[in-house]
Design a protein around this ligand. Structure first.
Ligand SMILES: NC(=O)C1=CN([C@@H]2O[C@H](COP(=O)(O)OP(=O)(O)OC[C@H]3O[C@@H](n4cnc5c(N)ncnc54)[C@H](OP(=O)(O)O)[C@@H]3O)[C@@H](O)[C@H]2O)C=CC1
Ligand SMILES: CC(=O)N[C@@H](CCC(=O)OP(=O)(O)O)C(=O)O
Length: 348
């Protein structure tokens, strides 16, 4: 069994790691941290986990205890993994970080968007961006994984086939994205209150959101040169889910491409990807079709105005965080990529 620890076990991504790992045949969760719930049993705090973790108890984050693990997940706010990752890696423990600590390669850009100095710039060279559909071979060899953000996952998977094939004008990309409220974490905040978030919808970060540089970096890696992107996130009255509507203007020659050819491009690109589902022509994927699962469902449209529209849905807590983190762990440890991640979505 692979022994794992979770730092930040009381948050939404931490408890989602616990839920998913309870079904993983090769992983045993041996340590879980929370500074506020030290001494409390996991199954007493989260009744959905009763019967799965009968003795596992929250403890203070401790480098020695975590260093005894084969791998440690960080499900913590930005800046926490910076402090501990180096010591763990020295002990031979692999690190899978769900926060943004190692996602941006440019230290100054990171400090600008996260309003603090970067705490571990010496580790940036070896951090691998954990989007398996782009970086599978590097992930297999990695010791330190930066799990992509939720919006960045949905946007990059949607644009990837079009940018790889050079079909759209990459100076004018527009990503219009919606998220459920769990995207904001479990800490009490006024905008996440039921009375504030239900029966209403709002954009935020329209003139600059910290996922903008991450998405730009990922899309530039895909096409080999920089992109121009407008990204506007919205908060919607649902608990889980990301819906991304991605616009792209077809270049002059690809103007001839018909809907069926774009469909075939997407199907061919993702034919061997276990967690990307290209839906039939004309589909409009729903966030509820990916609730609780690690799948990104995509549909590509070709309106008659020279544009393409890609619709991309994921569960922010699964393919957008904890599920993708486990997909990375499977690759790093030479396991079947889908292990522990193959249950169907909840419906309705
Ligand atoms: N929610 C989402 O949809 C997504 C979240 N992420 C990222 O994953 C990370 C976790 O998110 P989420 O689960 O929503 O966050 P939450 O705010 O829900 O939980 C944060 C967890 O971290 C612990 N924590 C906070 N500060 C520290 C600290 N200084 N040292 C150690 N532990 C600490 C908290 O427990 P305690 O204070 O008791 O120690 C808590 O368990 C964040 O970086 C987030 O941006 C990524 C993709 C999607
Ligand atoms: C709805 C909401 O507030 N979403 C969060 C992003 C989700 C998240 O946790 O961001 P990371 O993936 O970078 O960790 C936000 O906009 O800041």
């Amino acid at each position: 069994m692979i022994k794992v620890g979770i730092v930040g076990g009381t948050g939404y991504t931490g408890v989602e790691l616990l839920r998913l790992l309870s079904q993983h045949p090769e992983v045993s969760v041996e340590a879980i941290t929370s500074r506020s719930e030290t001494g409390v049993k996991v199954c007493d705090m989260y009744p959905n986990l009763r019967g799965h973790y009968n003795t596992l108890t929250f403890s203070e984050p401790d480098a020695k205890m975590l260093g005894a693990m084969d791998a440690v997940f960080f499900a913590t706010p930005h800046g926490v993994a910076h402090a501990l990752a180096g010591e763990l890696l020295q002990n031979g423990t692999r690190v899978i970080d769900l926060s943004a600590d190692f996602r941006l390669r440019d230290v100054d850009e990171w400090s600008h968007w996260y309003n603090q100095p970067h705490g571990a710039p010496e580790l940036l060279n070896e951090a691998v961006y954990g989007l398996p559909e782009m970086h599978r071979e590097a992930i297999k060899r990695a010791r330190l994984i930066a799990v992509p953000g939720c919006y960045p996952t949905a946007v990059q998977l949607g644009y990837l086939p079009l940018l790889e094939a050079g079909l759209i004008d990459s100076t004018q990309l527009i990503a219009d994205c919606k998220s459920g409220v769990t995207g904001a974490g479990r800490g009490a905040k006024v905008p996440s209150l039921l009375a504030e978030a239900s029966e209403s919808m709002k954009a935020y970060g329209a003139s600059g959101h910290r996922h903008l540089p991450e998405i730009r970096q990922g899309l530039a890696d895909i096409q080999g040169s920089s992109v121009g992107l407008t990204f506007v996130p919205h908060l919607t009255p649902m608990i889980r889910g990301i819906h991304a509507t991605l616009y792209g203007k077809l270049k002059a020659e690809p103007q001839e491409l018909q809907a069926q050819e774009l469909q075939e491009l997407f199907e061919a690109r993702y034919a061997n990807e276990p967690f990307v589902d290209v839906m039939p022509t004309g589909s409009h994927p729903e966030t509820r079709s990916v609730k609780g699962i690690n799948t990104c469902r995509l549909a590509v449209h070709r309106p008659d105005n020279g544009n393409t529209v890609v619709l991309s849905v994921i569960d922010n807590l699964v393919k957008g965080a904890s599920g993708q983190a486990i997909q990375n762990l499977n690759l790093m440890f030479g396991l079947k990529e889908t292990l522990g991640l193959d249950a169907p979505a909840l419906m309705p």
